[in-house]
Ligand binder design. Structure first.
Ligand SMILES: [Zn+2]
Length: 311
């Protein structure tokens, strides 16, 4: 007993060192004999970057963290140049939650909510009626792909499993965990295969279902997968590093001011003296005074007259 306890404490210490060395990492894996693909993700630095920008009540922090791990897992299943966005729109207290993961392996996330939120509030009490939209934008494509599923079940992984069942008809299981330091996730999906054996899927998914939140949060991919699938010939593929990044800029804000139209922009200037825009993702503040707003519309005119010349 004593030596066993010593061994597991030693083991954990080793693993925590490993995890801190590879703080934001997505690891894909496959099985030699079973048509199932898997992914494991750990986000530490990027999660800290999100938490540093806003104080979230614990229940909302947990949901946001799980959404962030889920976005990284889902983005890794689509091989595109572009971005994947998970968005909750709901009646509240949480009214909006957005997480983006790009093909440049960057992540950003925020949540908006009204009023006080008690700790341990369940998913549907946190959101009320609402939907989760999964949007995939491919660079250069005219229309994004969007799948929408209503919020139901006890967790965001329940909602996503229903989404995969409905949209792709591929059996999918997702486990997500979050604490103040790290968010983590594990993803398994049955691959379309004529030799698909339901028993294989059920063995693999039942083994994975023994994973605990602590194991997800504390163990590195190799240790966790070995622990779960020691007899399954699980093979690790290349790992991907992820990081926090926001692509907001003064130019993009200027473009959105131009979309308002000159009249609305002038009305705002009259009301507030300047136009102030804050990026929800990174909290960057952008100020435009009278002269700078006028400049936006002068530049817009130049651009549109140039494009008229071209036509
Ligand atoms: Zn930003």
């Amino acid at each position: 007993m004593l030596s066993g306890a010593f061994y597991s404490a030693f083991f954990l210490e080793q693993e925590m060192t490993d995890t801190s060395m590879q703080s934001d990492l997505l690891q894909r894996f496959i099985f030699d004999d079973v048509p199932v693909r898997g992914e494991w993700v750990h986000l530490t630095d990027s999660w800290q970057q999100v938490l540093a920008r806003r104080n979230y009540p614990p229940a909302i922090q947990q949901l946001l963290g799980e959404m962030m791990a889920a976005a990284a897992l889902l983005a890794a299943t689509v091989k595109i140049k572009g971005r994947l966005v998970l968005q909750i729109k709901s009646v509240g207290p949480v009214t909006l939650m957005m997480v983006e993961c790009t093909s440049k392996n960057t992540l950003r996330a925020f949540a908006q909510w009204d009023g006080d939120v008690a700790d341990n509030t369940a998913l549907l009490d946190l959101t009320g009626d609402g939907t989760l939209a999964i949007t995939i934008e491919v660079n250069g494509a005219k229309q994004p792909y969007q799948g929408v599923v209503s919020l139901q079940g006890n967790s965001i992984s329940d909602v996503l499993e229903v989404y995969f069942q409905q949209s792709e008809q591929l059996k999918t299981r997702i486990w997500l965990a979050e604490n103040d330091n790290v968010v983590a996730g594990l993803f398994l999906q049955q691959l379309p295969d004529e030799h698909q054996d339901e028993e294989d899927w059920s063995t693999i998914s039942q083994l994975a279902a023994t994973v605990t939140a602590n194991e997800l949060l504390e163990l590195g991919a190799d240790t966790l997968l070995y622990r779960l699938f020691s007899e399954q010939q699980c093979r690790l593929l290349a790992a991907t590093e992820l990081s926090f990044a926001c692509n907001c800029s003064r130019d993009r804000v200027a473009t959105s001011i131009s979309f308002l139209g000159k009249k609305d922009a002038d009305d705002l200037l009259k009301e507030q003296g300047s136009i102030e825009v804050t990026c929800e993702f990174c909290n960057e503040h952008y100020y435009f005074d009278n002269i700078e707003v006028a400049q936006v519309f002068v530049e817009e005119k130049v651009i549109s007259s140039n494009s008229e010349t071209l036509h």
